[in-house]
Design a protein around this ligand. Structure first.
Ligand SMILES: [Zn+2]
Length: 397
């Protein structure tokens, strides 16, 4: 049985910081937290936090992050689609997926939710890399059966058949690899495909991930093409909304849209760095709070230039003045809730998996209260203080 001593810090509710100084955390043989007890005397001055979850990212975009072209639809055409075409080659996919996932782990992320490309083999290669590295990984083949750019076209039938085959082989593997059916966004999939995705996701009890209401140009195109009154209404008509559906962005929402998301218990993912980078708009936290919608954070690499959860939290603050405790909540327990994993992850409590990040307490801040330390970590690149990362009690960094 392993033990770790230090200052335990976690975030059991939005904006709530729990600090247990000089504490020992005991991990059982299965990798779960067995007990949290007072340390006999002063413990090492280091911070032990729940590991981070990144709820929305694109490993195939790792090499092309930071390419400033806006707005969204132009960036996709000029930067992203040419890069995604390269993953026809599985060895190229393996190289990039490995580099990406290693970096995520190094930054304290033990759960990655990522899109792949339309290529089934590339999608699988990333699962293999996550399996080998020890991460929790939720992913799926990108689906684009309409208006796809040259070189990334696929038929509806092939898209569904390949996705189903991957779900059958990977969903639930080792209890840490899961499948997410991944229609890119409303503009690049047919209504028929969406309908089948809903059916398949139910059959395998898998996730669905897609993008929603990210940028005005995209929403305008959707309106013209489909006559839909709103993005949320369009997805609702396809029965896509629900507690197993992760919706990336959700920036341009009406009160009715937000109500619809709450009623259907849909899962909202906020990607602040990408929103700032593409100038997509401001995530409406006050609307979500009013309606009672929770959310988790995602890096959305490559529109987000960094995988660092600290930089993502910083950017969330630049869009909305949330407290450090609340930002950490959305990067840990709040994110776990979006996956339905809050009984297993997100805080440091007996019975949960020992997914942990150990940070050195920055020497300059030795006399500062932990609230101040967390704030400084968010705004000055806290990832440089990450010393150890555990997934299920196993030290991976
Ligand atoms: Zn995205």
């Amino acid at each position: 049985m392993a033990t770790l001593a230090g200052h335990l810090v976690d975030f059991p509710a939005p904006g709530t910081l729990r600090h247990r100084p000089d504490t020992v955390l005991r991990i059982d043989a299965a990798g779960r937290i067995e007990a949290v007890e007072p340390h006999d005397g002063p413990a090492p001055r280091r911070l032990i936090l729940p590991a981070f979850l990144d709820l929305h990212t694109h490993w195939p975009q790792w090499r092309v992050r930071g390419r400033a072209v806006i707005p969204l639809l132009r960036w996709l055409d000029q930067v992203i689609y040419p890069e995604e075409r390269r993953f026809r080659n599985p060895s190229e996919a393996r190289r990039v997926a490995r580099a990406f996932l290693q970096e995520a782990l190094r930054l304290g992320i033990t759960t990655v939710v990522s899109y792949a490309t339309i290529h089934a083999r590339a999608t699988e290669v990333a699962f293999e890399e996550a399996e080998a590295l020890g991460l929790r990984f939720v992913s799926g083949k990108m689906m684009m059966d309409a208006f796809a750019p040259p070189g990334l076209e696929e038929s509806t039938d092939a898209s569904l058949a390949e996705s189903e085959d991957l779900a059958r082989r990977w969903h639930g593997k080792h209890g840490r690899l899961f499948y997410a059916f991944s229609p890119r966004f409303a503009l690049t999939v047919t209504p028929d495909l969406l309908q089948e995705v809903v059916r398949l996701a139910r059959r395998y009890d898998a996730y669905i991930q897609t993008h929603m209401a990210e940028s005005p140009d995209e929403i305008q195109t959707l309106r013209e093409r489909t006559g839909a009154t709103s993005y949320a209404a369009y997805y609702h008509r396809a029965s896509l909304l629900g507690p197993r559906t992760l919706l990336g962005h959700c920036i341009h929402l009406s009160e009715q849209d937000a109500e619809l998301l709450r009623r259907t218990e849909s899962r909202v993912v906020h990607n602040p760095s990408a929103n700032l980078f593409l100038h997509s708009g401001r995530f409406p936290v006050e609307l979500l709070d009013r309606v009672g919608l929770d959310f988790g954070l995602g890096s959305d690499v490559g529109a987000g230039p960094s995988l660092s959860p600290f930089e993502v939290m910083r950017d969330a603050f630049y869009l909305n003045p949330l407290s450090p405790a609340r930002l950490f909540y959305h990067a840990t327990l709040g994110a776990a809730r979006m996956l339905g994993w809050d009984r297993d992850l997100g805080t440091l409590e007996p019975g949960k998996w020992a997914d942990l990040v150990v940070l050195e307490w920055p020497p300059d801040l030795h006399d500062e209260p932990v609230e101040t330390v967390l704030s400084v970590l968010i705004f000055t690149g806290g990832h440089q203080w990450v010393r150890e990362v555990y997934r299920g009690g196993e030290r991976l960094v």
